[in-house]
Write a protein that binds this ligand. Structure first.
Ligand SMILES: [Zn+2]
Length: 313
């Protein structure tokens, strides 16, 4: 892209225009965010064009750049919590009517759906219920759990009642839009499937944890290796994954410092994060210490509005 100026700082308004001129193409959006991230120190955080670029990035659901999207998510939440929430609702609505690929994982999108549940954003309910009812896992499971969190109960009647109380759904829904009862049935289906899946998978889990390997997972796709993977072997494997994708694991993915690094999961494994390259980032010791592991999903206002680790330098 030719928008890059010699200092490496690109004005959000210029980037936004390029995104619009390109017809919102994924590569252009991603390049714009990459430039923003690099020149973030020189960007006015109050610039409305900045908010719009971040929003465009989060709504680009076909693009696989999870690490950069976390940057956009964190920055948007920092500069405008209100717009972040609106964008989250918009994203849920977009996902509910988009083609979904189960193998994609949708890490960032699921984190956004979880935040809607945690913050009890009621106007996201119809979209979340629709998404749950599509039964594409794991994203439908996350959506179903968000519905339960917002409604405060998992019973079908409670979900129907709450959905029926949302005016936009009953008044503006066209003839093809599902009724509250149909939506609630979809949520119930997703929850039932979720229970079925987790009980089916529990045997293998027991075998792996029985030998004292609590929290250590066998390498993906090698369920026959029941011996727990050691810390070093695991790091070596994750580093190899990054290298195979053309990324340098010996540089910090946050501050770009070269040196001693550890590869960590962007979405922790305890929250469904996988070992796929989009979910991995190498961090130096300093940046790793600042990972807001527990704080990320909780109310950001508690920690003064800013997450401890920002995925930019
Ligand atoms: Zn670092």
């Amino acid at each position: 892209m030719s928008s890059k100026d010699p200092t490496g700082i690109a004005a959000p308004a210029t980037l936004l225009r390029l995104i619009e001129d390109s017809g919102h193409s994924f590569p252009v959006i991603e390049e714009a965010v990459r430039l923003l991230r690099r020149g973030i120190a020189g960007v006015d955080l109050q610039d409305p064009a900045l908010v719009e670029v971040l929003r465009q990035h989060l709504l680009a659901v076909g693009s696989p750049t999870d690490v950069t999207k976390y940057f956009s998510l964190e920055l948007l939440e920092r500069v405008s919590p209100e717009r972040a929430r609106d964008t989250a609702v918009e994203l849920a609505e977009l996902l509910a009517r988009s083609p979904l690929l189960p193998e994609r994982g949708y890490h960032v999108e699921r984190a956004v759906l979880r935040s809607l549940g945690e913050r009890k954003v009621a106007r996201a309910l119809p979209a979340l219920a629709l998404l749950a009812g599509r039964c594409v896992f794991p994203i439908s499971r996350t959506a179903a759990r968000a519905v339960v969190a917002i409604v405060g109960a998992s019973s079908r009647d409670a979900v129907v009642e709450r959905l029926a109380g949302l005016c936009p759904l009953s008044s503006t829904g066209g003839p093809d839009s599902p009724s509250p009862r149909e939506l609630a049935q979809g949520v119930a289906r997703a929850l039932a499937e979720d229970v079925r899946r987790s009980s089916r998978g529990s045997d293998g889990h027991k075998k792996r944890t029985a030998s004292g390997s609590q929290g250590v997972r066998a390498p993906e796709g090698s369920d026959r290796f029941l011996r727990p993977e050691g810390k070093h072997a695991r790091q070596a494997r994750l580093r190899a994954t990054l290298r195979a994708a053309g990324r340098d694991p010996s540089r910090c993915g946050n501050c770009d410092l070269a040196g001693k690094t550890a590869v960590v999961h962007v979405v922790p494994e305890s929250r469904g994060g996988t070992d796929r390259v989009g979910n991995l980032v190498s961090l130096c010791q300093d940046c790793k210490k600042r990972l807001p592991r527990k704080a990320r999903s909780s109310d950001p206002s508690r920690s003064g509005g800013a997450p401890q680790l920002t995925l930019f330098g």
